[in-house]
Design a protein around this ligand. Structure first.
Ligand code: UT7
Length: 352
């Protein structure tokens, strides 16, 4: 008898504050038109001050537990993917375990950025099918706003506060290619192994560290001593640096390649796919991937327009929306694919 990992429940939450593209133009030289045209993004959500990644993860986890109709004490392992943890260390997994009141179950933090949820699915599948765990809570959660270089939050949220000075606007604009893309959110899934043919069918994952500087945070790391300095802060080296063109190019070649390779290895054709859920980094990337694969619009789901790029949270959020709106039906063949900083990329195939 085949044993496969099934997704019993999903849930997600976003940051509390809705921020439209035009709102960002209050802080820096950008426009709704530029952001929409280059990325497809129309709006994103930011947390209010004081909400951290584990806060969002807790709410998403509670929704997924309710959706799965399990008692939270059935969870015996947490896998937590984030690149924006509450603290440099420890990771968020243990903090979430304590806040959920799960007892001393193991909590594993993984940091594969935009591919974090797919790596998390593979690790979870291995744990569940080898008997290392019975019920896993898998989380992808991010609060990117800690990276934002501006200080005029009240002004951004329309809650008073001064508009930025010319110098502040110039500083904010230095980072505009990155800051307009990201949003805060968390997605969660409850996973369990069952006998039968439905569930996760297989994975193909890759990494290539040789180009890591195309998307990374230069400071706040132990390659230097001390690991963060006033000079780093003054120069903005605690904010991610990105070679957007290079990331774009990698994404539009590697994502279709890995989808083709995985489906073929598992004995399927691209036409067999009922739904492609790709990481939501840029709508133009996903349109190019769709074109490479020759998939019709009915077989591809995108929601970056509403949430921006939420890194490890994009795939569980999209999955939750597809499950709850009937876009994923029992028996459908669903492919997840992502690529992100590291660089890490990969795909997973699910018989829903
Ligand atoms: O999960 C992985 C995360 N990252 C990604 O997936 C990023 C992948 N790359 C991208 O999505 C695109 O490269 C971007 C959306 C980041 C940028 O689009 P692009 O078409 O590659 O633009 P560019 O960086 O080449 O910049 C074109 C122009 C520049 O002005 P000049 O030099 O032509 O005068 C930029 O300064 O657009 C300017 N620009 C902006 N203008 C208004 C850059 N960011 C902005 C902005 N608003 N936010």
């Amino acid at each position: 008898m085949t044993t496969r990992t099934q997704i019993l429940g999903t849930g997600f939450v976003t940051g509390e504050k809705l921020v439209k593209n035009a709102d960002l133009a209050k802080l820096m030289d950008t426009s709704d038109e530029w952001i929409r045209e280059r990325s497809g993004i129309e709006q994103r959500y930011y947390v209010k001050a004081g909400t951290g990644t584990t806060d969002l993860a807790l709410q998403a986890a509670e929704k997924a537990i309710a959706d799965a109709k399990i008692d939270k004490h059935e969870i015996d392992y947490i896998v937590f993917a984030t690149m924006t943890p509450d603290h440099y260390f420890p990771g968020c997994g243990g903090i979430l375990q304590s806040r959920l009141g799960l007892g001393n179950v193991p909590a594993l933090d993984i940091r594969q950025q935009c591919t974090g949820f797919i790596y998390g699915l593979q690790v979870s599948d291995a744990l569940l099918r080898s008997g290392g765990a019975k019920t896993i809570l898998l989380i992808g959660a991010e609060v990117h706003t800690g990276f934002m270089p501006w200080t005029q939050w009240d002004h951004l949220f329309g809650e008073g506060g001064e508009a930025p000075s010319d110098a502040e606007r110039a500083w904010n604009s230095k980072f505009r290619d990155r800051t307009v893309l990201f949003g805060d959110a968390a997605g969660a899934a409850i996973l369990r192994a069952h006998d039968g043919e439905r569930g996760l069918l297989g994975f193909e994952l890759h990494s290539d560290g040789s180009t890591f500087k195309d998307l990374y945070v230069p400071a706040v790391g132990f390659a230097q001593r001390p690991y963060v300095t006033p000079k780093d802060y003054a120069e903005g080296r605690h904010i991610p640096e990105m070679n957007g063109r290079s990331v774009f190019k990698q994404a539009v070649t590697r994502m279709p390649e890995v989808v083709k390779s995985l489906t073929a290895r598992l004995g399927h054709k691209i036409e067999d796919l009922d739904l492609l859920i790709a990481h939501q980094a840029n709508l133009r990337i996903n349109e190019a991937v769709q074109k490479h694969l020759g998939l019709p619009d009915t077989k591809v789901f995108n929601n970056i327009q509403r949430y921006g790029n939420t890194t490890a949270a994009t795939i569980p959020i999209a999955l939750d929306e597809c499950r709850k709106s009937g876009r994923v039906k029992e028996g459908d063949l669903v492919c997840f694919v992502g690529l992100g900083a590291g660089f890490h990329w990969g795909a997973a195939l699910l018989r829903a």
